[in-house]
Design a protein around this ligand. Structure first.
Ligand SMILES: [Zn+2]
Ligand SMILES: [Zn+2]
Ligand SMILES: [Zn+2]
Length: 171
C-alpha cells in the first residue's frame, strides 16, 4: 500500500495530504493538457474541493462551499463542472451515496471499484483490471451489454474496526 495516501487502498492516517492534493492537481492538469481540455478556474476549484479529504462529497455541499466563496454559483454551474471532471475520468460518482470523489489514477482509463467505510465515510479505490474483466466476461456470457461499471462495497475500514475493538474492550 502506498503510504503517501494516493494510489489504491485507504489513505494512511497522518499522511501528507497536501502532497495528495498537489499530486492530484498535477495529474489533472497533465490529463487536460494532453486532451486539449480546459481546466477552468471553477472546474479546478471543484476538483480541489473533491480532494479536500479522501471522502465523497455531495453536489449540494460543493455548491454551498462555492457560494461561500463567490455569489451566484448556481447548481447548473456545479453540475457542468462535475460532468467535465467525470467525462475526463478525473473524478468518480458513487451512486450509493449520490456523491463524488477524486480519482487516484486519472491518467489511466479504468472502471472504479470502491470500498466505502460506513463509519468514517473514507473511500478506497481498488482499480483492479482483473475484477473489471471478470464482470465484463460474465455479463458478456449473459448477453448483457455493459454501459457503465462501478462497484461499490460498503463496510468498515481497518482504522474504524480497530476503534470499535477498543471501544468493545472498554465497555
Ligand atoms: Zn491524502
Ligand atoms: Zn479512478
Ligand atoms: Zn472508517
Amino acid at each position: 500500500m502506498d503510504s503517501t495516501g494516493t494510489g489504491t487502498g485507504f489513505a494512511a492516517r497522518g499522511h501528507d495530504h497536501g502532497q495528495c492534493v498537489a499530486d492530484a492537481l498535477a495529474m489533472a492538469e497533465a490529463v487536460c493538457a494532453r486532451r486539449n481540455a480546459r481546466l477552468t478556474r471553477l472546474r479546478r476549484r471543484v476538483f480541489e474541493m473533491l480532494w479536500a479529504a479522501h471522502k465523497p462529497t455531495r453536489a449540494y455541499d460543493l455548491l454551498d462551499r462555492l457560494r461561500s466563496e463567490h455569489d451566484g454559483a448556481a447548481p447548473p454551474t456545479v453540475y457542468r463542472a462535475l460532468d467535465f471532471l467525470l467525462e475526463h475520468g478525473l473524478i468518480h460518482k458513487l451512486e450509493s451515496l449520490n456523491a463524488y470523489i477524486g480519482c487516484v489514477q486519472p491518467d489511466a482509463p479504468h472502471r472504479g471499484q470502491f470500498l466505502i467505510c460506513e463509519d468514517c465515510q473514507s473511500v478506497a479505490e481498488l482499480d483492479d483490471p482483473d475484477i473489471a474483466r471478470r464482470v465484463l466476461a460474465k455479463a458478456h456470457d449473459l448477453g448483457f451489454a455493459v454501459r457503465h461499471q462501478t462497484i461499490e462495497v460498503s463496510g468498515t475500514c481497518a482504522d474504524c474496526s480497530e476503534a470499535r475493538d477498543e471501544r468493545g474492550r472498554d465497555a
